[in-house]
Design a protein around this ligand. Structure first.
Ligand code: GDP
Length: 538
């Protein structure tokens, strides 16, 4: 393909730029403090001078209104998917993992675009359901995880108990790099395990600027903090005895996690987290294509689309496709090829998604996220590339669904459009489609990670296919993968059934774990054929 602008970056430039990138996402349960931490990270990187201006809930309104002005002015839709900032010599890309009510397959797919993750835990709650689901995806993809235990300024659980939970529930070895001095709620600071010193926290007014802190030697710490310090030292000895010393190889192979304790709202521990990301987290690496061949970072430009945002307003059908650059350099104005369709796509309108100056983006390197505006032809999973060799990265993975609903056309005269519509939605990964002989062709089942996916699907069926859908929720809460179709008839019952996903995977669905337990007792032969579905299962 020809390019509108000459590509100026040399291969060495690309490798150097890629080496500076750290692309990660925060995985957490709602309310653990993701927005607060994002804002604090940006603050430390001095993108903004005052907490609240970028990602905070109070500040968001201000940002959103600016962005709406830009939308009006340019007639384009602007959304946030990634925050980019420089930190020292590094360029940090923080990708947003939507949570709360918009938790969906999109949230998981973001993890296909990162090189590492920060698992953010609330000190009072430990591992929570959405964190566990997102962690499953990280594990499946081998993504290295740094753990940040947040809200240490408030009463919470015991630090050792939180570490034990990581081992016991998810088999992840914690390797604390800092250790709290003083119980949660009486936070004095942390013991830095690298040099044995005490980093004492000094409260600054409102916590709105970088937290004040001072370093004390172990001897000074013991003299000033007494029993709290002694206990921290004892606990750290226990950690060393139980395999909790830092091991870079185990972090990178995702079997162990460095752990930091802090308080995002007080900006404590946040700088440490940034330093750790820059120091330890992996830079972009060559990505395997669909044939498992690695695409070198300095090969010509390639990227894959991990998120597509469609305006929900029917009169405003703008679409932004977010792509992660995998190789080469992206320059605005390039004409790229969509590997799925073989068609060219002109990248005149590209936004650098969030942060820095909210301006159009001119150049991007491996690890960066580009937002392609008016990209109605692009779908999640599409690969983009410029010059040969052509490349295609693996398509969409499917994730363990948790919500199910029978879908019927509300207007029977539009049945054909209805069928076409659900085929389209499925190919874009908006919802998964399950079927069975028992239910028949006319009543497919929608399956989704989050209920918002149903809303999007229903909306698009009306808006684009003029075929309203009637959705009837199914009461299933437990899902297994049925590996031996011979057992199908044993599972099909009043409170359970087997449905087949379009990729051929048989899903056994149960209303509750009791129903599954009864089946196992009555038919022990079925046990081996029912596999738990991890979130990242394809
Ligand atoms: P999100 O839902 O994960 O994005 O969480 P938010 O960042 O919106 O935080 C949820 C609530 O927890 C807010 O009221 C925050 O002020 C509060 N919060 C976040 N971090 C901390 C912290 O370190 N300490 C305390 N005490 N509160 C925090």
């Amino acid at each position: 393909m020809t390019t509108a602008h000459p590509v100026t970056a040399s291969s060495a430039d690309v490798l150097r730029e890629a080496g500076r990138r750290r692309t990660f996402a925060v995985i957490s349960h709602p309310d653990a403090g993701k927005s607060t931490l994002t804002e604090a990270l940006a603050l430390h990187a001095q993108v903004i001078s005052e907490a609240g201006a970028v990602h905070g809930k109070a500040g968001r309104r201000g940002v959103v209104s600016d962005w709406m002005e830009m939308e009006k002015a340019r007639g384009i839709s602007i959304t946030s998917a990634a925050l980019q900032f420089s930190y020292g010599d590094a360029v940090v890309n923080l990708l947003d993992t939507p949570g709360h009510s918009d938790f969906s397959e999109d949230t998981y797919r973001v993890l296909a675009a990162v090189d590492s993750a920060v698992m953010l835990l609330d000190a009072a709650k430990g591992l929570e359901p959405q964190t566990l689901k997102l962690f499953d995806v990280c594990r499946h993809r081998g993504i290295p995880v740094i753990t940040f235990i947040n809200k240490w300024d408030r009463p919470g659980r015991d630090a050792l108990a939180l570490c034990d939970e990581l081992v016991e529930r998810i088999g992840l070895q914690p390797m604390p790099l800092t250790w709290p001095v003083g119980d949660a709620g009486h936070f004095r600071g942390v013991l830095d395990r690298r040099d044995g010193q005490f980093i004492r926290y000094a409260r600054t007014a409102g916590g709105a600027t970088a937290a004040g802190q001072e370093r004390l030697s172990a001897a000074q710490a013991e003299a000033e903090e007494g029993a709290d310090w002694v206990r921290a030292v004892e606990e750290v000895d226990l950690l060393s005895a139980s395999g909790g010393d830092f091991d870079l190889a185990r972090f990178l192979d995702a079997t162990a996690t460095p752990v930091l304790f802090g308080s995002a709202v007080l900006n404590f521990g946040v700088k440490h987290l940034l330093d750790l990301l820059v120091e330890l987290a992996p830079q972009p690496t060559p990505r395997p294509d669909a044939q498992a061949k690695l695409r070198d970072l300095n090969a010509p430009f390639s990227a894959f689309v991990f998120k597509v945002q469609t305006g929900m307003d029917p009169s405003h059908r703008d679409q932004v496709a977010f792509a992660r650059v995998c190789s080469g350099v992206f320059e605005r104005g390039m004409v790229v090829t969509n590997a799925t369709t073989g068609k060219p796509f002109a990248t005149k309108y590209v936004q650098q998604v969030f942060g820095q100056q909210r301006s159009t983006l001119d150049t991007a390197y491996p690890g960066d996220v580009i937002g392609l505006v008016n990209a109605t032809a692009l779908r999640v999973g599409d690969t983009l590339y410029t010059d040969k060799p052509a490349v295609r990265f693996p398509g969409l993975p499917s994730f363990a669904p948790a919500h199910f609903a029978v879908a019927r056309p509300a207007d029977l005269s539009r049945s054909k459009q209805f069928r076409k519509g659900i085929e389209q939605l499925e190919s874009e990964g908006v919802v998964q489609i399950l079927r069975s002989l028992r239910r028949g062709e006319a009543a497919p089942v929608f399956a989704a990670v989050g209920p918002m996916q149903f809303e999007v699907a229903a909306h698009r069926l009306v808006a684009e296919f003029k075929s309203p859908v009637r959705l009837e929720p199914l009461p299933y809460t437990v899902v297994r993968r049925l590996t031996d179709p011979a057992h199908r008839s044993l599972v099909d019952g009043n409170r359970s059934e087997v449905l087949t996903r379009t990729d051929g995977v048989d899903l056994a669905l149960f209303t509750d774990s009791t129903t599954l337990g009864v089946l196992r007792r009555l038919h022990p032969e079925v046990v081996a054929a029912l596999e738990p579905l991890v979130a990242g299962n394809t």
